[in-house]
Design a protein. Structure first.
Length: 87
């Protein structure tokens, strides 16, 4: 019985270290990359940039050129058909 318990403890210890050095390490690296790429300063900069661009676009006479407006109109029309088709 004692030998069986030692085997189980050994197996779980090996499994824990195996997980930690393979899957756990990969997850930690991904989390670190996400944390580094989106910190508070970057988020504030992006927010200010988006607000600035919105204000600049509102000052323009037309937001879209004719071609973009036509494509967007067709897309919204198709989307509208698909939404009401499923009701």
């Amino acid at each position: 019985m004692r030998f069986f318990i030692y085997k189980i403890l050994f197996f779980f210890t090996i499994a824990f270290f195996f997980y930690h050095f393979t899957v756990g390490k990969t997850i930690k690296n991904i989390e670190d990359k996400i944390q580094n790429s989106i910190n508070k300063e970057t988020a504030d900069y992006l927010k200010k940039k988006i607000i600035h661009e919105i204000k600049m676009s509102l000052e323009k006479d037309r937001l879209l050129n004719n071609e973009d407006a036509e494509i967007l109109r067709k897309f919204l029309k198709k989307l509208d058909k698909e939404i009401f088709l499923n009701e």
